[in-house]
Write a protein that binds this ligand. Structure first.
Ligand code: FAD
Length: 485
């Protein structure tokens, strides 16, 4: 047991945890952060950053293939993929960022403790107001005594882990997950991806670009079913053109392995054969730090309020662990508000519940083209607001997109019919992940389509499409032909 009393002990060094630790330290707290693996969590080590490193490579492959069309002649157009180099590039990128997190934490005087943390609430406040002990067991399993950290508050940011399904064969160690597939040094000839959500789609885009024959199998009737239906349809169209086999509305009943690879047995008896299988059916909270605690729940998820407080006073659960919105930028915000509250600065936390806090959080599916959204889908907007206005603008009519040869896709803006407040923006097209942030900022400021349509955007830029879609919602877009009928 250390003699030190912490204001905040954070468990988990991912986006929610490391931001919470830095924020609490900035607010004057004595802070420790417990991490059993690498700083940076899923996002930096196995998620956002590794996938984007590979997606950049996929994009470069597509660009090389486009060269001839644009009058760039390569002397030897043979293209091969050196996977060991991909892996080492990815590892260098990850190392640079995770090291940066370490530097930031140390420069803010956060004590970093390596090991698995478990929370023990104290029955009555201890010396100096301690409410918890955090037991930290070293990863080395040396059987030695646990380090015990006494603290007034705990921010449990244990994140999430790969979700599984009770399908016979899925427990086979040959089944790849997002934790393992990005370390493959040899490409399989073919890949069957179980799950057509965000991760499955990004992986399909990466591996199909390298020439791997890719199949996506999705139980729901469409890809990424949480998206506006027009985005799902656009993704499906792109995959069709790129010869990625997408099977939606299909249930996998069993996976059988042989020396040649795997067979996915579908309901109805059809089989899909592939050299490798990737499981990507979503993620589930990692509650290892919270084991044995009697926390209030909402369904299966831990209940938190808008400051990330759980039902145990002094215990917070920001990030993927509360399953509210499993995205890194949502985790950053949740970590920050948890730290503010723990340090007695709750006045900065304006949201009454997590849904309100995360209302204008954009979501992106990366790859070429990107799909991005913020706010309500068209059907949600109709359901919640009755009368709405919808404006669209295609990238085919945007000068910058035409100059870049990236004309696939559209911007769709949804607004309330009475006041014109922007309710949702959905983009399929080049740089959608960047464009969506303008929409999210406007929505957070409760801007209207009138204001967006009137704001002068630089020309030629892709973001003009946002302005044009807003003008279309008002039926005054000058770069579209008049609507018939
Ligand atoms: P995590 O990042 O999971 O961090 C939790 C940390 O806690 C881990 O390091 C873990 O080791 C540690 N931990 C857990 N329990 C304990 C314990 N008991 N003791 C000590 N340490 C513990 N999100 C995006 O916004 N954009 C993307 O492009 C994106 N791409 C993704 C791609 C993939 C393949 C995956 C898997 C995820 C992606 N995500 C993306 C999601 C994003 O990674 C998560 O939303 C984000 O990492 C959540 O942050 P977190 O801090 O809540 O949890």
């Amino acid at each position: 047991m250390t003699n030190e009393l912490y204001d905040v002990v954070v468990i988990g060094g991912g986006p929610a945890g490391y931001i919470a630790a830095i924020k609490a330290a900035k607010l004057g707290g004595n802070v420790a952060l417990v991490e059993r693996g690498q700083l940076g969590g899923t996002c930096l080590n196995r998620g956002c950053i590794p996938t984007k490193t590979y997606l950049k490579n996929a994009e470069m492959i597509a660009s090389v293939r486009e060269c001839a069309k644009r009058g760039i002649v390569l002397a030897d157009p043979t293209l091969t993929v050196d996977m060991p180099k991909w892996v080492s590039l990815k590892n260098r990128v990850v190392k640079r960022l995770t090291a940066g997190v370490g530097v930031l934490l140390r420069e803010h005087n956060v004590t970093i403790v390596q090991g698995e943390g478990r929370i023990e609430p104290l029955e009555s406040p201890g010396n100096g107001g301690a409410r918890f002990n955090v037991q930290v067991h070293s990863e080395k399993g040396d059987g030695g005594e646990a380090t015990v950290l006494a603290t007034k508050n705990v921010i449990a940011a244990g994140g999430s882990k790969v979700g599984r399904l009770p399908i016979p064969g899925l427990e086979d160690p040959r089944v790849l997950t997002s934790d393992t597939i990005l370390d493959l040094k040899e490409l399989p000839d073919s890949l069957a991806i179980l799950g057509g959500g965000v991760i499955g789609i990004e992986m399909a885009r990466i591996f199909s670009a390298t020439g791997v024959k890719t199949t996506i199998v999705e139980r729901e009737p469409r890809l990424a079913p949480m998206l506006d239906v027009e985005l799902s349809d656009a993704l499906a169209k792109t995959f069709k053109r790129e010869k990625v086999d997408v099977r939606t509305g299909v249930e996998v009943e069993e996976i059988q392995f042989s020396d040649d690879g795997a067979s996915l047995v579908l309901a109805g008896g059809e089989t899909i054969n592939a050299a490798a299988v990737l499981l990507s059916v979503g993620r589930v909270p990692d509650e290892s730090a919270l084991e044995g605690l009697d926390l209030e729940r909402e369904g299966r998820a831990i209940r938190v309020d808008g400051s990330m407080r759980t039902s145990i006073p002094g215990l917070y659960a920001p990030g993927d662990v509360n399953a509210q919105n499993m995205l890194a930028h949502a985790a950053f915000k949740m970590g920050e508000v948890a730290a503010q509250d723990a340090m007695g600065h709750a006045e900065h936390t304006v949201a009454s519940d997590p849904v309100e806090l995360l209302k204008y959080t954009p979501g992106v599916i990366y790859g070429e083209p990107e799909a991005a959204c913020v706010g309500l889908t068209e059907s949600q907007a109709k359901e919640q607001h009755g009368e709405i206005r919808v404006g669209r603008f295609p990238f085919q009519a945007n000068g910058r997109a035409i100059a870049s040869g990236q004309t696939d896709g559209f911007v769709k803006v949804i607004a309330d019919a009475k006041y014109g407040e922007i309710l949702g923006v959905h983009i399929y097209g080049p740089c959608a992940s960047e464009l969506i942030n303008e929409a999210a900022t406007l929505m957070a400021a409760e801007a209207t389509i009138e204001e967006l349509a009137e704001a002068i955007h630089a020309h030629p830029t892709l973001s003009e499409t946002l302005m044009e879609a807003a003008a279309d919602a008002l039926e005054r877009c000058l770069h579209l032909p008049p609507k018939k009928g």
